[in-house]
Design a protein around this ligand. Sequence first.
Ligand code: ADP
Ligand code: GLC
Length: 481
Amino acid sequence: MRILFASSEVHPFSKTGGLADMVGALAKAAARAGHEVGVVSPLYRGIRERFPAVRRVEWHLELPLGGQRVGGELWAFSPESRLTFYFVGQPGFFDRNGLYNERGVDYGDNAERFFFFSKAVVHLARYLPLQPEILHVNDWQTGVVPLLVRHQQQVEAWSTVPAVVFTIHNLAYQGWFAPQKFELLNVSPAFWSDVEHHGGLNCMKVGIALADVLTTVSPRYAREVLTPEYGEGLDWLLRQRQARFFGILNGVDYDEWKTTDNPHLKYPYSIRNLSGKARNKAALQEELGLPVRPNAPLFATISRLTEQKGISIELAALEEMLHSDIQFVLLGSGEPHFERAFLELAARFPQKAAVRLGYDTPLSHRIEAGSDFYLMPSKFEPCGLNQMFSLRYGTIPIVRAVGGLADTVVDAAENPTCPTGIKFHSFSAAALVKAMRKALAIFADPNLLMFYRRNGMRMDFSWERTVREYEAVYSKAKEHG
Ligand code: ADP
Ligand code: GLC
């Protein structure tokens, strides 16, 4: 098939979270499975410097945006056969320090930025030699694409119009804008009812309402969002579209997330020989300024610091658990009050807790490799990637049983013959503390610890398998498109 992906972030070029990982890895896996693949994302600051092979394409974009016409450039890079990354350059919109915000404040012109980007995506779907059969868009930033495709079909003959697949990575971020922003779309007023939500313009709603097929990133989250508890005010619409809504679990890019031949890890290890893991732990403890103690169980979290990730219950649970003989490391950034709370915690328990604020991929590999347990007590979690990275790294995940966390981690209560982690249910510090105490019991029994680690390391969430599930969805989209 000929597939064009569009996303506001794509690993390894731009990333704030798992969306980038997912799109980058799925595109690569689809190309390797024999499909012709293009990926469109914005040309953010620094991409050209970090990837000198990204080259300008002779192509002049000029698109209407409300009363104006906005020009843009096209850049491209083809790392392997059948796979081309396209970058939409618009320095006024994308040559900035952040992707969506700076110092926690959203850019005031995000509607302009991502409507322009979405228009560029449709323009490329229409005119690129690729002539995609499938246009696969992701999250609110490209939510208006299905609408723009319909508009384009109305205003001109478009014989090769692609079927549009819309993937929801996180229903909590919907792209809400003032109703006046509707005019930026330059479409018929008849479309207002598709975008309108409580009087405003809701990009996530448009995507859900108008895409040919919808997906989300785990089967469990696909069921959860049909309920008011997890539906973020859009569960009614998702229920209406249920027959064309599928949950497909994300995979892991094991070319990068591996314990051997990994440039970020000093000591390689494998399921057969885990001794390197102990050395990585000692190196990590040393790096973080914690006492180098093999017998202290080391818990870790690498995360955006937001309420979604259960940071409030984690802080409360650590408050209690740090009185036991444990160590804890956090790598993260996000809401300032959470950042402050972790710094205070580390100041009060300097021998036990280390906190690194910021974004650091090499360090994230060292933490995954050097830790014993990984904490992910999310309030909701569409898929989640770090619990899967942890499994591969022999680091036992402790997760709340929601979304993709429920789908990827096996608790002894579910399957005593092959447990891979610890699950808890209630969203409370007490439930997390109980789960951490179970972890201490596992840590105290070397055979049990090894049993869990090996079970986890054997789990296979590779994209090669997942790509087949997307192929099936693409075929459905083409039937319905
Ligand atoms: P989400 O997309 O909701 O943030 P995911 O678990 O899907 O959650 O993906 C998060 C991705 O971002 C993972 O690849 C994770 O390792 C990475 N990540 C998050 N915070 C940091 C950080 N501070 N430093 C390095 N990587 C991070
Ligand atoms: C979102 C979700 C996360 C998911 C990621 C990739 O950011 O919060 O759970 O893993 O998208 O699909």
